[in-house]
Design a protein around this ligand. Structure first.
Ligand SMILES: C[S@@+](CC[C@H](N)C(=O)[O-])C[C@H]1O[C@@H](n2cnc3c(N)ncnc32)[C@H](O)[C@@H]1O
Length: 401
């Protein structure tokens, strides 16, 4: 039996036994193909089991729910003839098939150590998450957040909510990342790396993109643990670099996505500064503690703000993040400041998202839109903050402006 026939029989068996979790068809056989990728997943609807088909055309996605028989026919017609790569997640195994230019199929099975839940996603759940409970994601099982059956461990629901919230932000900017080229991702101050692994999982396993990801973390013991996990998960395209953000400043040229999530104090500025210098297309920064301004602005008892510790701190946080957002906008990024996750989870809940305007590495929106540097600091009565100094030192901002 040819491996192509074997693949068709495999798909038929998985649909019949309701063991299919997710099928991805990518790498179109025709160069000019309109549809770049098709995903199928089982979904439990009131009217019974269906397969949700997602077709990606350019940056748009089109959804359709198919009966099991129609889904089976569709999958068999796509494999080989329309797409040369097929990836199948079943409840107890993973498969990949590659068709060469002559249409010859190579089918490979990868047995999973843990049983996957093929239970279809319930559409009437209050909110459907991009990484849902009930479907074991290998990184969540390996990091101990989920059981091998896909159940979230007691006390870890808030973390999964945070992960899903962050992945939604990645989902929103995915169209800004390369479709057919390897996506270069840098994560600054990765810590225990839940969000690093989540971003990698979402881009590679859910969106089916190629990535090359580097996570930088200064604490050696955490880096060791993360490297071990990445090894167990066989993630050869995710590396963990031990050291400070500044150690790595000279090593990169172009980055598609730079993230810095809860990196301490001015480490956020080091990360944003490096990301701007490396022409990152998208920057995601969730600042953490803000000591720089809080320790430079005087705490005067006669000030209605600076006379109160908590107001002084909050004021400094707001001002620092406002300056960061303004600077990013000024050097060529469309910048939005958003709520990362509800305050009940963490007080550090501001996400600064910056998306590079056009192909120009740096520069204001238009020649008429040059905000003088004074707008970021002097008018606020602030000394130049670290991000401003970094951008001046590397020549992105002209210190004479
Ligand atoms: C609070 S953890 C956040 C981890 C992860 N990004 C998250 O959001 O879950 C911040 C991490 O940044 C690391 N870090 C702080 N400053 C750094 C620097 N300059 N270079 C590299 N890592 C840094 C710390 O060691 C710590 O592990």
């Amino acid at each position: 039996m040819s491996e192509s026939t074997e693949l068709n029989e495999l798909i038929a068996g998985l649909v019949q036994e309701e063991r299919l979790v997710h099928a991805v068809f990518s790498k179109p056989a025709a160069r000019q193909a309109d549809v770049r990728r098709v995903d199928l997943r089982p979904v439990a609807l009131k009217e019974g089991l269906k397969y949700q088909q997602t077709e990606r055309r350019g940056r748009q996605e089109f959804h359709e729910n198919l009966e099991p028989a129609a889904a089976l026919e569709r999958m068999q017609s796509l494999a080989g003839a329309v797409f040369r790569h097929v990836h199948i997640d079943a409840s107890d195994s993973q498969w990949s098939a590659r068709f060469n230019k002559k249409g010859v199929c190579r089918l490979q099975k990868q047995k999973l150590s843990s049983k996957r839940a093929s239970k279809p996603a319930e559409h009437d759940q209050p909110k459907s998450h991009l990484i849902p409970e009930g479907t074991p994601a290998p990184f969540l099982v390996a990091t101990g957040l989920m059981s091998p059956a896909g159940n979230v461990k007691s006390g870890r629901h808030a973390k999964l909510r945070q992960i899903n919230r962050y992945v939604e932000f990645i989902h929103d900017i995915a169209g800004r990342l390369p479709q057919d080229e390897t996506i270069r991702v840098m994560d600054f101050g990765a810590g225990k790396s839940y969000l690093t692994f989540a971003t990698h999982y979402y881009l590679t396993e859910i969106l089916g993109r190629q990535v090359s990801m580097t996570a930088i973390e200064q604490r050696p013991e955490i880096v060791e643990t993360c490297r071990r996990l990445a090894g167990e998960l066989q993630l050869t395209d995710l590396e963990f670099a031990q050291g400070t953000i500044n150690d790595f400043q000279q090593r990169e040229e172009h980055v598609h996505l730079a993230m810095s999530l809860h990196a301490c104090d001015t480490a956020t500025d080091d990360a944003i500064g490096a990301a701007v210098r490396w022409n990152a297309d998208v920057i995601m920064a969730v600042p953490c503690c803000h000591h720089e301004l809080a320790s430079t602005l005087p705490r005067t008892s006669d000030s209605p703000i600076h006379g109160h510790g908590i107001l002084h701190e909050r004021f400094c946080e707001l001002q620092t993040d406002a300056v960061r957002a303004e600077l990013l906008d000024y050097v060529g990024y469309d910048t939005t400041v958003m709520e990362f996750i509800d305050l009940e989870h963490t007080a550090r809940n501001v996400l600064i998202r910056a998306i590079r305007r056009g192909a120009q590495p740096f520069g204001p929106r238009s020649p008429n839109d040059r905000t003088p540097r004074a707008a970021f600091s002097s008018s606020l009565g602030l000394p130049p903050l670290r991000l401003q100094r970094i951008l001046e030192e590397c020549g992105v901002l002209d210190s004479a402006e």
